[in-house]
Design a protein around this ligand. Structure first.
Ligand SMILES: C[S@@+](CC[C@H](N)C(=O)[O-])C[C@H]1O[C@@H](n2cnc3c(N)ncnc32)[C@H](O)[C@@H]1O
Length: 161
């Protein structure tokens, strides 16, 4: 199965690696969502799970001027994230981790802010919520995006699903 997996990873990199984001949304949306998060404690523990090449993580790091753990299963995406962070002068704040976001834990304790754009579906939404609940401190915040409609009129079969 390892070769199947690496073929999928190669295809993902070829399709998405050069794009600024690997999912829907843009930096303005990330900032808008962040603006709705209540004040975080000093030196907050933050992670972006399924971060891809890190577009949202960089918005968080820049806006909050605080370190962000960036977790993705794709080694190549984390390599690109680290290059981009360096180019933006954010490499002291962006901490890339190659790994399974279902098993991630912050080294210093539960998170104050868990962020995940367009990635939770990989664990199923319910699976993501149960995997991530123990990662978040009581009273912490989670910002998680899921399925996105791009049109007003959807095929009935898709809508029903
Ligand atoms: C649609 S992309 C979204 C990436 C990024 N959040 C964005 O919006 O640009 C989903 C990401 O989840 C990652 N991923 C999928 N399953 C994962 C897992 N179990 N652990 C960590 N990352 C995973 C993929 O490698 C991919 O980068």
């Amino acid at each position: 199965m390892a070769s199947d997996n690496s073929a999928i990873m190669d295809a993902m990199l070829a399709l998405h690696g050069a794009m600024e984001r690997q999912g829907p949304g843009d930096d303005a949306l990330t900032r808008r969502l962040l603006d709705r998060v209540p004040t975080l404690p000093p030196e907050p523990r933050i992670a972006d799970l399924g971060c891809g090449t890190g577009a949202s993580a960089m918005v968080l790091a820049e806006a909050l001027n605080t370190p962000v753990d960036c977790v993705d299963a794709a080694h190549a995406f984390i390599a690109i994230l680290e290059e981009r962070a360096k180019a933006r002068g954010l490499d002291h704040l962006i901490r890339g981790h190659v790994g399974d976001m279902a098993k991630y834990r912050h080294d210093d304790g539960p998170l104050d802010l868990l962020w995940s754009e367009g990635a939770a579906y990989n664990l199923t939404f319910a699976g993501a919520l149960s995997a991530w609940r123990p990662v978040l401190r009581t009273g912490g915040y989670a910002v998680i995006s899921e399925l996105t409609w791009f049109c007003e009129h959807r095929p009935q079969k898709v809508e029903a699903f």
